[in-house]
Design a protein around this ligand. Structure first.
Ligand code: ADP
Ligand code: MG
Length: 707
């Protein structure tokens, strides 16, 4: 007798056991399953979930069949078969009848074999999509099966993705369904619930073995939904567990620089700060302060919409470090932004006698040397710059705090380099700032290891930016409007799309735009900035715009982040159908930074895709960055959003981060309680869970990629 597979390789759980230990599969089928669907193990097979379900209880009368129906099932008999057409049009046409009428069923392939198999005057079920062919409504290549009055038909018939090759070897959707069902039955003893029964009951989850059966052969819609939830938990729990556990361990072992003293901070707050902080800013500063006196290393993400005033929060956090004898650095993703941070902070820093310096790619060698010296001897308190700041050459005497502005531009590796900046001491506290609002679910899924603060309030007195959509036909009035604003003393941005793959094309686009705008506004000096310019030229142009010499800034998205020109009141986005939602929201944030009513004008061609329309409507309707981010997530899915690729959450099969926020929240909670209870899963009740997680970590190592 053939040895049982589990005796052969007892160390592999059913989830990780190679497909060849499965049942009812030929070697050829196994090969193709691997090649076409990347199904290598029984676990992969069990997790090849149906992508939809069909109602096969409904039988439609032929007289009611029309093209408007997506898929239709009819019952009847073939009355005749005919060969028709020549060459490519060669086809088999069956005439199918029920008591209400007849309809044609057409095949272009396997004509000869079908002709042998199909019989007239025998009851069949025909199921498929309708076509319009040769002036008639017909079925093309539908599913055809002999009608069996004793077979129970389901309202939730699973449909699996498959391939032509698999179909040729008997694994069409039906075939796959059978194979999966048989294997689930064959290995049912080994498909066990890894969580303790009591917990599963308390959470009102259905046990994994039932969930696996149900998702492939649902008995009811509500059980199916519960099964999907249980299986989403399979997808989400491991990542949450590893991240939350890592966070807990970090907290336990990481020693953070202790920063209890406040002195210059208070002086700044009382007599230098040019405005009152918003409540949200105060709250976030308190959160930061409590991290800095906790004795643990801070890893905090501050999210705040454009203009919410993150820079001042960063500066004040750096003052806290300074008051305790530590240096700080602030990293920005672009040179322009680093410059701007430097100049705005320099003004304030002078008032309190702080030494700051700017380090970017274009800093001169002599200046670099001076900076390096002063950093190492400790006379320089704050270093502001671009990536240049984290180069290994740059050594601090005592780096206590690193602020990373607009974090989505920074990779995980760069964060890690910051960690290593103090080889002889603890890593610096880390504060990450982003104006890209991360949807709640994504933040939960991605940044469970960071603490999150939100500045969810704009400084008082800001006027809401008015956003409108205009098509080419209204260009003249749009230009006239810009002219009037400039006459009032304002400035305008005109932005062109810049997409990396086609930089030259976009550059042409920008140049043409620049020319046409020069012609339209001959009376005003213009600036132009784009990514292909030398940093020094960029800065020169930017500076001219900042101090009002030029009235219109024609640019690509390089101005997207951070740049602050309070006098600018118009943001005109050209070809706005080519921009992402979040990106346009960022661009819009460049205006409305001063006391003036500001406007964002979204120009498009006359035709818009459905998604393009939604993007534009969303922007015209709301300026809430979080709402915009949620919509963006719904439109694009998490895969396209920065930072998700490495994390593995882009391969979630069942979970939809745009919709499953509540479930994710729940899973995060229960994960947290398990980690509090038993972070190493040593308790006997968690033994199954522990080995289940170990199994999963053999399949995927995605948490290794997370910072
Ligand atoms: P962001 O969050 O987009 O980085 P900034 O830090 O650049 O925003 O702040 C935008 C503008 O708002 C700056 O000119 C800043 O001085 C100003 N600002 C920040 N906080 C306040 C406040 N509490 N009251 C008034 N103005 C503020
Ligand atoms: Mg900013």
């Amino acid at each position: 007798m053939e040895p049982r597979p589990e005796e052969l390789i007892p160390e592999l759980s059913v989830w990780n056991r190679p497909l060849k230990y499965g049942r009812y599969l030929s070697e050829k089928q196994i090969q193709i399953l691997q090649k076409d669907l990347e199904i290598f193990t029984l676990g992969d097979l069990f997790r090849h979930f149906p992508f939809r379900y069909e109602d096969r209880t409904v039988i439609t009368e032929i007289r009611h069949v029309h093209l408007g129906l997506t898929s239709v099932q009819i019952k009847g008999e073939f009355i005749k078969f005919e060969n028709a057409g020549e060459g490519k049009a060669r086809r088999l046409v069956g005439t199918f009848a029920d008591p209400s009428g007849t309809i044609e069923v057409v095949w272009f392939q396997k004509i000869d074999s079908l002709r042998k198999i199909l019989k007239v005057k025998q009851p069949y079920l025909v199921y498929g999509r309708l076509n319009h062919f040769n002036g008639k409504t017909s079925f093309t290549h539908p599913e055809v099966e002999v009608f069996n009055p004793n077979e129970k038909r389901s309202g939730l018939e699973p449909v699996y993705s498959t391939t032509e090759t698999l179909k040729r070897f008997g694994l069409d959707s039906k075939g796959l369904s059978r194979i999966i069902e048989w294997n689930i039955t064959a290995f049912s003893k080994e498909i066990i619930e890894p969580f303790p029964d009591l917990k599963i009951k308390a959470w009102t989850m259905i046990p994994l073995p039932i969930a696996i059966k149900e998702i492939h052969k649902p008995t009811s819609a509500s059980l199916l939904a519960q099964s999907q939830n249980r299986l989403k938990m399979e997808e989400l729990f491991p990542l949450q567990f590893f991240m939350l556990r890592k966070k807990k361990l970090n907290h336990e072992v990481s020693v953070g620089h202790y920063m209890p003293k406040l002195q210059v901070f208070n002086q700044f707050y009382e007599s230098v700060l040019p405005f009152a902080l918003t409540n949200a800013q105060k709250r976030v500063l308190k959160e930061i302060r409590s991290d800095l006196v906790s004795g643990k290393q801070m890893n905090r993400l501050v999210q705040g919409d454009v203009g919410s005033g993150k820079t001042i929060v960063a500066l004040m956090a750096m003052l806290m470090a300074h008051d305790n004898g530590y240096q700080s650095c602030l990293m920005a993703p672009t040179e322009i932004l680093a410059n701007q941070h430097f100049f705005s902070i320099e003004k304030l820093a002078q008032a309190i006698g702080l030494q700051i310096a700017l380090l970017t790619g274009s800093t001169k060698t002599s200046e670099r040397k001076k900076i390096a010296e002063n950093l190492e001897n400790g006379s320089l308190h704050i270093l502001i710059g671009t990536h240049a700041v984290i180069e290994d050459k740059v050594r601090f005497q005592n780096l206590g705090l690193s602020v990373i502005d607009e974090q989505h531009r920074f990779g995980v590796a760069q964060r890690a380099r910051l960690h290593n900046k103090n080889p002889d001491s603890h890593p610096p506290h880390i504060l990450v700032m982003t104006a890209t609002p991360i949807p709640r679910t994504l933040a939960m899924a991605l940044y469970s290891d960071l603490d999150i603060s939100k500045i969810d309030e704009l400084p008082a007195g800001r006027k809401e930016i008015q956003t409108v959509h205009r098509t080419e036909s209204r260009r003249l009035p749009v230009f006239q409007f810009i002219r009037e604003e400039i006459q009032k003393g304002r400035q305008a941005y005109i932005v062109y799309p810049m997409i990396e793959e086609s930089e030259t094309l976009d550059l042409n686009n920008l140049m043409e735009g620049f020319e046409s705008i020069s012609r339209a506004f001959p009376e005003y000096p213009l600036s132009m900035v784009h990514g292909k310019m030398k940093p020094s030229d960029k800065d020169f142009e930017m500076a001219r715009f900042v101090n009002g010499e030029t009235k219109i800034m024609v640019a690509t998205t390089v101005i997207e982040v951070g740049v602050n020109v309070p006098n600018a009141s118009i943001m005109l986005i050209e070809n706005s159908e080519r921009f992402g939602l979040t990106q346009m929201h960022q661009l819009r944030g460049r205006v409305g930074r001063g006391e003036y009513q500001s406007y964002c004008i979204l120009m498009t061609g006359p035709k818009l895709s459905r998604e393009g329309k939604i993007r534009i409507e969303t922007l015209c309707r709301t300026s809430n960055g979080f709402e915009i981010a949620e919509t963006d997530l719904k439109l694009r899915g998490p895969g396209d959003i920065m930072g998700t690729k490495q994390s593995g959450i882009a391969d979630l099969k069942l979970t939809n981060l745009a919709e499953d926020g509540d479930l994710l929240e729940f899973i995060k909670q229960i994960t947290q309680t398990i980690i509090e209870e038993d972070p190493n899963l040593e308790n006997p009740q968690f033994q199954l869970l522990k080995s289940h997680l170990a199994d999963i970590s053999k399949q995927k190592i995605y948490w290794n990629n997370i910072s």
